[in-house]
Design a protein around this ligand. Structure first.
Ligand code: 5AD
Ligand code: SF4
Length: 483
């Protein structure tokens, strides 16, 4: 196992650039939109596409056709920003050949670097932070009249609740639905609270309506998204006090129940859970509904309590293990994945060993594993020294990856011979003779297509596996989606 393999994993979280389907413009202008980073960013790009389409823009998947290029960016680690910067430099060269081409940078890097972007000659024309997408048409007009345009104001209440996202590059089966924006947690390593602002929840009615619309248009899975879904609350303060006595309140487990009741054929997933906030009530609702997937992404970051304190995570190793025990008690077969950071400030060999021992104890089904990357303005940057050498970070990361992958492989091997229910998402990447989907536990599952098609629920008997993928034979097609 090597660092290169983990780079692949990193990219699966970061995503590669995506482009969007072609549509005819009513204002004669074509938009090319590219997204990097987490699922939240991909969901935001769908809001941006909706706002721009309303303004008459057509969308194109060919950047050479574009009159305007918008790039939705990620700041979580330095290497994410470096990759995006290279891409912007490419566009800068295109601008020289195509005068009038507008390039805008959106999202976390826009928020973090603000005016600095505009000061770099010819690099970008628009800088728009995550809460300013409604202003994009105005920003584009400003550029049309010869100025550069910037809006990086963060909002306390923007949730884009009323905007129907345009589904981009999707498979038509599985869609993201944002339920909160921003984050109030202030983990010491993390830039997100600075780039995405204060946490706010979107109204349950608009969430339910979006999920219902997705189901009605043929989708069979929704993933409810937030930086910390467990702190979703409607009409309640963070202390649990009711804001408006005349209106009803909704917490995350109640919201999930509302969505699960749309149809037993609509699978529900959610991401990301926070160990300090995940309640038994949430796990019990998961257990109550067959269509809420038995899968929880519960980032631990480190297995050592002192380290968790430095990371300002708000829980101890014991607390985390107690949450794992609660999941195993209420949903014995629940799949659990995690995020781990290695080489955070002052990390000792002993602290690193505690992370290894926690991985052994929990036996995660999947993990995203990263080397610590210091981010400007964060608590860690101000308070601690990034003093674990690159060599030690790499060596520890390799050790963590090796252990995790061997355990994930063992857990997949235990599935051989068993039958899994899979929602088909489309053809496998390698061949149209095979279909690809995910089981309840979020494992990618590949099988010969037979008569099954995208959107079907099928039973697959597992015959082979790697640490990341299951392969099997089609046993039965359970439901067919007609449209
Ligand atoms: N360095 C490395 N990894 C980070 N993450 C967040 N900030 C950093 C950072 N500065 C990881 C955490 C988080 C995931 C989305 O990215 O593990 O859970
Ligand atoms: Fe960052 Fe922590 Fe918020 Fe996650 S919970 S976005 S790691 S500050």
């Amino acid at each position: 196992m090597s660092i290169e393999d983990n780079k692949e994993m990193d990219e699966s979280l970061q995503g590669t650039a995506t482009v969007i389907k072609t549509g005819k413009p009513s204002n004669g202008k074509m938009l090319f939109l590219e997204s990097y980073g987490c699922a939240m960013n991909f969901a935001d790009s769908e809001v941006v596409a909706s706002i721009m389409t309303e303004e008459g823009y057509g969308t194109t998947s060919d950047e050479h056709e574009a009159d305007i290029i918008l790039i939705n960016t990620c700041s979580i680690r330095e290497n994410a920003e470096e990759r995006i910067r290279k891409r912007l430099t490419n566009f800068k060269n295109r601008k020289k050949r195509q005068p009038g081409l507008i390039v805008g940078v959106l999202g976390c890097m826009a928020e973090r670097l603000k005016q600095a972007f505009l000061e770099e000659e010819q690099l970008v024309d628009i800088v728009a932070g995550p809460d300013s997408y409604r202003d994009l048409p105005n920003l584009v007009n400003e550029v049309g009249s010869g100025q550069k345009a910037v809006n990086v104001l963060l909002s306390r209440d923007e949730t884009y609740a009323d905007i129907s996202p345009i589904r981009l590059n999707g498979n038509g089966v599985s869609g993201y639905v944002s339920i909160t924006r921003g984050c109030d947690n202030m983990c010491s390593f993390c830039v997100v609270p600075f780039t995405r602002g204060r946490e706010r929840s979107r109204s349950p009615e608009t969430i339910e309506r979006e999920c219902r619309d997705l189901f009605d248009s043929g989708y069979r899975e929704v993933t409810l998204l937030g930086q910390n879904v467990d702190s979703y609350r409607w009409n309640m303060t963070s202390k649990g006090e009711i804001k408006d006595e005349t209106a009803s309140t909704t917490n995350f487990s109640q919201l999930m129940e509302m969505v699960a009741q749309i149809s037993p054929e609509l699978r529900v997933r959610f991401s990301t859970s926070h160990p300090k906030d995940m309640t038994d009530e949430v796990i019990e609702v998961m257990a109550k509904y067959d269509n809420i997937c038995s899968y929880i992404h519960l980032p631990v970051q480190s297995g050592n309590t002192e380290m968790l304190k430095r990371m300002n995570r708000g829980y101890s190793r014991e607390w985390y293990l107690d949450r794992i025990a609660a999941i195993r008690r209420i949903i014995p077969d629940c799949a659990i994945s995690t995020d781990i950071i290695t080489g955070f400030c002052d990390e000792t060999e002993e602290e690193h060993n505690d992370t290894l021992s926690l991985i052994k104890e929990v036996k995660f089904d999947f993990a995203f594993m990263y080397k610590y990357s210091e981010r400007p303005k964060t608590l860690a940057e101000r308070r601690y020294e990034d003093n674990v050498s690159e060599e030690v970070k790499s060596a520890r990361l390799t050790e963590i990856i090796d252990l995790q992958l061997s355990q994930a492989l063992a857990s997949h091997q235990a599935q051989i011979g068993k039958i899994h229910k899979v929602l088909v998402e489309g053809f496998s990447k390698r061949s149209d003779d095979f279909l690809s989907g995910r089981n309840d536990y979020n494992s990618k599952t590949i099988f010969p297509r037979g008569k099954a098609k995208k959107g079907d629920y099928v039973l697959v008997k597992i015959t082979e596996c790697t640490s990341a993928t299951l392969k099997g034979e089609l046993v039965e097609i359970l439901t067919s989606v007609t449209n």
